[in-house]
Ligand binder design. Sequence first.
Ligand code: CA
Length: 139
Amino acid sequence: MRVSIRSTVFITAILCVFFHSTVRAEEGECLADSGPCAEDPSCPSRPHIIRCASKYLDKNQNKMLEREELEEAINSLPWLARGVLKIIGSVDKIMEKCDADNDGAIGMETDMPATEETCLASCFKRKAFKSAFFPECIE
Ligand SMILES: [Ca+2]
């Protein structure tokens, strides 16, 4: 009897230590909530998508995603990957939802923060967008 109580306590103690150290390790590794390590693969964040789009799609690096850059990105997708357009919409739709000031370019630091409710607003759309255009992105 005594032995089993003691081993129960022992196992509980081990579990506690294990649980606590796991939690601590996770907190320690992911202090910033916007860094790549905090990204949930099933739900990429908008800041992550913006960083990746700036790196992979903004060819002239002016922090704007021009309509032409978006068209070029879509045209360079393999045929099968163009199914993403069914999820995120045509270029017209994307511009309508993401280009807040309607100047024909999606400003990464202007239009994107202003269109949180309409542009790539769901996990599902962001995941589709990421896997079509920059699946390897870890920005
Ligand atoms: Ca650009």
